[in-house]
Design a protein around this ligand. Structure first.
Ligand code: ADP
Ligand code: MG
Length: 609
C-alpha cells in the first residue's frame, strides 16, 4: 500500500483559508475599510461595480507602505499590528490576524498602489492567485489604493453562490454603515457603478448618524454618556417615538468594532420597557469602550461576536446608562424604572467582577445607581421635568414588591397596594383585565400575566416539583429532521420534568405519551413542533441556560392568548396567582404584566391635584 497523505499546494490552501475571511464582496469591503482606518486615513473612498463582484476599490490617505511591506502585506499572517502574543490583550486596531489581504489575494485579481510620506515614489503591485506578477515604482499620493477585480474568478463554486447584485450591494452598504458610524472624524464616500451613494463629511457622531440614517432623527436623539473606571458607554438612542416595527437601526460597537449581541440588545430594549410596545424597535448607536483585556480576542474578528470577561456587568451598565439617558427627558407618567429582575438577582450586580475592578466599579455613581433597587432614574436627576414625577414615585419606591400578601414583601412598604378582591373585574377587548386597588386601578395584560404565572410554576417544576401530566389516549408520533431530532433529544429530560412525556421511537421519530395536564389537549404534535421552533428562535440568546430557554418558551407558548374571553372567576384566579408570584410586574422576557394607575395620577390628569 502506498502512503496517501499529501500537502495541499499553497494556492489551494490559501483559497480554502480565504473562504473563512472573504465570504462575499461585503466581507472584502469591511476588511479594506478597516485597513484604511488602521492606517490613520482621514479620507476613505470606496468604489464598487456590480455590487463588488467585478470591482472593489478603496483609496485612502493613510500612512501608506514601503515597497517591501507592500509585498509582505499579502502573505498569510503578515501584520504590523501585533508582534507577540501579549499584544493580543491590548489590541486597539480593527485587524490583527494578518489574514485579510492574503485571503483577498487568493480569490481575486488585486492591484495595489501605495506611498509613504517619506518616500519619493510609490509602489505598484499586481497579484493573482496569491502570486505577485508585477511590481514597479509608481507616482502616487500618500496613502494606499487597493483594487480587487473579479472576486472568486478562480473559485467558480463560490462565485455562483453569490446573491443578486441588489442583495450583495445591501450587504456592502450594511458593512459600510457599521464602519462609518464608528469613525465620524473620517470622510467617507461610497460610489456604486459610478453613482455616488454616500458622501459623508467629517463631523460629530450625531451629525454622522443623521447623515447616514436620516434627518428624521435630527431632533429625536438622546445622548447617552456614562463614564466609569471599568467601561465607558456613549452614543445616542432614539426617543421612544422613533421606534419602528422593523428591526434595523440598532448598532452596538465595542472598542469601535461593530458587534451583534442579542444579550446586550436585550439590555437596551428593557431600558425602553413600557415606553414602546414590545414589537417595536428603537434606534440606537451605542459605543462601549473598555480595556481590551476584558474581552476575549480569540473570538474570530470576522464574526461579529464578542466574549466579555464579565458579560453580566456590561449588561447592567448598558441598561442603566440607557435608562438614565431616557429618564433625562422623559416625563412619561406611568413609567416605573425598575431594573430587570433578572439583573437584580445577578451575583455580578451585588458582587461585581474581579477584585481589581470591583472597587473602581462600585465607587462609580452609575454602578451605585443600579445596585440600589429602583434608583436607576434618580441619579443626578434634578431636571425640573423629572422632579414633578419623582414625587409620585418617591412615596412608594418599594412598590416593586407589590403583593396582595404584604407579609411576603422584602422591604418596608409605604402604602402597600392591595387588589380589591371583592370588586368586579372588567375584561377589556378580551385582552386586558381592569382591577381596582386601594390606591387606583390596574390594567393587567392577561397574556403577560399568565405567562408570568406559568413561568414561576415551571421554574419550580424544573427545580423539582414536576408538572402533572395527562397521558395521551392516542399517542401521536412525531417525525423530525436530524437537527430537530438532536435538539429534542437534548431537551427530553427537562421536558419530562415540565410535564411532557416524549419518548424516542425508531430512528427519527418520537411518541408523545403525555402533555401537561393544565394545557389544552388535542394538539400535542403541533405544540411540540412549535416549541422546537420557538426554542430555536431563542437559541441565539446565549445568556440563558437551556432550561431557562425552555421554561420561557413554554410559559410564552402555553399562556392564554389575547382575545380569549374570561369569566369573573377566571380573572380573579389569574390576578390572585399573579400577585402570589415573586415578580408579578413583568414577564421573564421583560414585557409589563400590568400597569398601575394611581389615584394621584388620575387626579393630575383631570387637573385636580
Ligand atoms: P491585519 O489588518 O490583520 O494586520 P491585513 O491582511 O488586513 O492584516 O493587512 C496586512 C498588513 O498590511 C497590515 O498589518 C498593514 O501593515 C498593511 N496594510 C494593509 N492595508 C493597508 C493600508 N490601507 N494602508 C497601510 N497599510 C496597510
Ligand atoms: Mg486588516
Amino acid at each position: 500500500m502506498t502512503d496517501i497523505i499529501q500537502l495541499l499546494p499553497d494556492n489551494i490552501a490559501n483559497q480554502i483559508a480565504a473562504g473563512e475571511v472573504i465570504q462575499r464582496p461585503a466581507s472584502a469591503v469591511k476588511e479594506l475599510l478597516e485597513n484604511a482606518v488602521d492606517a490613520g486615513a482621514t479620507t476613505i473612498e470606496l468604489m464598487v461595480n456590480d455590487a463588488g463582484k467585478s470591482l472593489i476599490q478603496v483609496i485612502d490617505n493613510g500612512k501608506g507602505m514601503s515597497g517591501t511591506d507592500a509585498r509582505m502585506a499579502f502573505e498569510r499572517h503578515a501584520t504590523s499590528k501585533i508582534r507577540q502574543i501579549d499584544d493580543l490583550f491590548h489590541i486597539r486596531t480593527m485587524g490583527f490576524r494578518g489574514e485579510a489581504l492574503a485571503s483577498i489575494a487568493a480569490v481575486a485579481q488585486v492591484n495595489l498602489k501605495t506611498r509613504r510620506a517619506i518616500d519619493e515614489t510609490g509602489t505598484y503591485i499586481e497579484i493573482e492567485n496569491s502570486q505577485v506578477i508585477k511590481q514597479e515604482p509608481v507616482a502616487w499620493q500618500t496613502g494606499t489604493s487597493i483594487c480587487m477585480k473579479n472576486l472568486f474568478f478562480n473559485v467558480p463554486a463560490r462565485r455562483n453562490f453569490l446573491k443578486s447584485n441588489a442583495a450583495e450591494l445591501r450587504h456592502i452598504i450594511d458593512e459600510f454603515i457599521r464602519v462609518v458610524l464608528s469613525f465620524s472624524d473620517i470622510l467617507f464616500t461610497l460610489t456604486s457603478n459610478g453613482q455616488q451613494l454616500f458622501h459623508l463629511e467629517r463631523g460629530t457622531l450625531k451629525q454622522r448618524i443623521v447623515q447616514v440614517l436620516g434627518s428624521q432623527y435630527n431632533s429625536r436623539l438622546v445622548n447617552v454618556h456614562e463614564k466609569t473606571d471599568y467601561l465607558n458607554i456613549y452614543g445616542f438612542v432614539g426617543k421612544p417615538e422613533t421606534a419602528k416595527k422593523t428591526r434595523g437601526d440598532q448598532y452596538l460597537f465595542v472598542n469601535n468594532r461593530y458587534i451583534r449581541s442579542p444579550y446586550l440588545n436585550h439590555a437596551v430594549m428593557t431600558a425602553y420597557q413600557e415606553m414602546i410596545t414590545t414589537d417595536s424597535f428603537p434606534l440606537y448607536v451605542l459605543f462601549i469602550d473598555l480595556d481590551p483585556a476584558q474581552i476575549d480576542v480569540n473570538v474570530h474578528p470576522t464574526k461579529q461576536e464578542i466574549k466579555f470577561e464579565d458579560e453580566k456587568i456590561v449588561y447592567a451598565f448598558v441598561q442603566a446608562a440607557v435608562k438614565h439617558a431616557l429618564a433625562q427627558f422623559s416625563i412619561t407618567p406611568t413609567l416605573d424604572f425598575d431594573l430587570d429582575p433578572a439583573i437584580q438577582q445577578l451575583e455580578a450586580v451585588s458582587k461585581p467582577m474581579t477584585a481589581e475592578n470591583r472597587e473602581a466599579a462600585t465607587s462609580s455613581s452609575l454602578y451605585q445607581s443600579f445596585s440600589q433597587k429602583n434608583q436607576a432614574h434618580f441619579i443626578e436627576s434634578n431636571r425640573s421635568e423629572l422632579r414633578d414625577w419623582k414625587s409620585y414615585f418617591e412615596q412608594d419606591q418599594s412598590n416593586q414588591s407589590v403583593s396582595v400578601r404584604s407579609e411576603t414583601t422584602a422591604f418596608p412598604v409605604a402604602t402597600a397596594m392591595t387588589v380589591d378582591e371583592n370588586g368586579l373585574m372588567l375584561q377589556v377587548h378580551n385582552s386586558y383585565i381592569l382591577a381596582t386597588t386601594n390606591r387606583g386601578f390596574l390594567l393587567i395584560d392577561q397574556q403577560a400575566a399568565h405567562e408570568r404565572v406559568l413561568y414561576e410554576k415551571y421554574v419550580q417544576a424544573a427545580l423539582g416539583r414536576p408538572v402533572p401530566t395527562q397521558r395521551s389516549l392516542f399517542p401521536a408520533t412525531l417525525e423530525l429532521s436530524p437537527q430537530d431530532k438532536a435538539l429534542l433529544t437534548d431537551l427530553l429530560p427537562d421536558l419530562h420534568q415540565l410535564g411532557y412525556h416524549v419518548e424516542p421511537f425508531g430512528r427519527d421519530a418520537f411518541v408523545i405519551q403525555g402533555t401537561p395536564a393544565d394545557i389544552e389537549q388535542g394538539n400535542e404534535k403541533r405544540s411540540i413542533e412549535k416549541l422546537l421552533e420557538q426554542f430555536k428562535h431563542f437559541s441565539s440568546d446565549l445568556k440563558f441556560s437551556k432550561r431557562e430557554k425552555l421554561v420561557r418558551t413554554l410559559a410564552a407558548q402555553n399562556s392564554i392568548s389575547p382575545g380569549k374571553g374570561l369569566s369573573q372567576k377566571e380573572m380573579k384566579q389569574l390576578v390572585e396567582e399573579l400577585f402570589t408570584c415573586a415578580q408579578p410586574n413583568i414577564t421573564a422576557g421583560g414585557k409589563p404584566a400590568y400597569i398601575e394607575f394611581k389615584k394621584e395620577y388620575l387626579e393630575q390628569l383631570f387637573r385636580k391635584a
